[in-house]
Design a protein around this ligand. Structure first.
Ligand code: CA
Ligand code: CA
Length: 205
């Protein structure tokens, strides 16, 4: 069975119990974990109580302390991209998960983001991605922020993946993306502009 996380690229690597196994695991899972506030989480996410229990078990296995910090994100990504430098991408991704901006991601934060990325509407997924790109969280994506994220992705992939990549390739990509997204040409991309542009791409595909 194909992993449903593939469309989200490297993000799937954060899942210790990759979601395509959830159903299998449900068969054998024992009800030993009862994270607090499960009812509330069930209401806040698109997961069932049993799925939440499986996810919780995987989370606790990987992170016995119950929280993930930025260093954990970096370690996970470094394992999967040994030929690249994933430090910056892991940093930006962590900030997108760390909605309270307090340096740690709890199970609740993790599962709410996961629910959006796996089972959210297109609109919810795009809103989450917008927040990832909006590095300083001021509600706009500027060209520098887009450049930083794209560069971080190129760094993570490393030189082995794109041996013929030219030095200025990231900048050229960003220029093209930005021109398309910044509809009113005011130098920043708003959430509405972002969603509109992404949906144009979707309908063309
Ligand atoms: Ca911004
Ligand atoms: Ca604009």
């Amino acid at each position: 069975m194909k992993c449903p996380w593939l469309p989200f690229g490297a993000l799937c690597l954060l899942l210790p119990c990759c979601s395509y196994k959830i159903e299998d695991e449900l068969e054998m899972t024992t009800m030993c974990h009862r994270p607090e506030g499960l009812e509330q989480l069930e209401a806040q996410t698109n997961f069932t109580k049993r799925e939440l229990q499986v996810l919780y078990r995987g989370f606790k296995n990987e992170c016995p302390s119950g929280v993930v910090n930025e260093e954990t994100f970096k370690q996970i990504y470094a394992q999967f991209f040994p030929h690249g430098d994933a430090t910056m991408y892991a940093h930006y991704l962590f900030n997108a998960f760390d909605t309270a901006q307090n340096g740690s991601v709890k199970f609740e934060d993790f599962v709410i983001a996961l629910s959006i990325l796996l089972r959210g509407t297109v609109h919810e997924k795009l809103r989450w991605t917008f927040n990832l790109y909006d590095i300083n969280k001021d509600g706009y994506i500027n060209k520098e922020e887009m450049m930083d994220i794209v560069k971080a992705i190129y760094d993570m992939m490393g030189k082995y993946t794109y041996p013929v990549l030219k030095e200025d390739a990231p900048r050229q990509h960003v220029e093209v993306f930005f021109q398309k997204m910044d509809k009113n040409k005011d130098g920043v991309v708003t959430l509405d502009e972002f969603i509109e542009s992404c949906q144009e791409v979707r309908t063309k595909l």
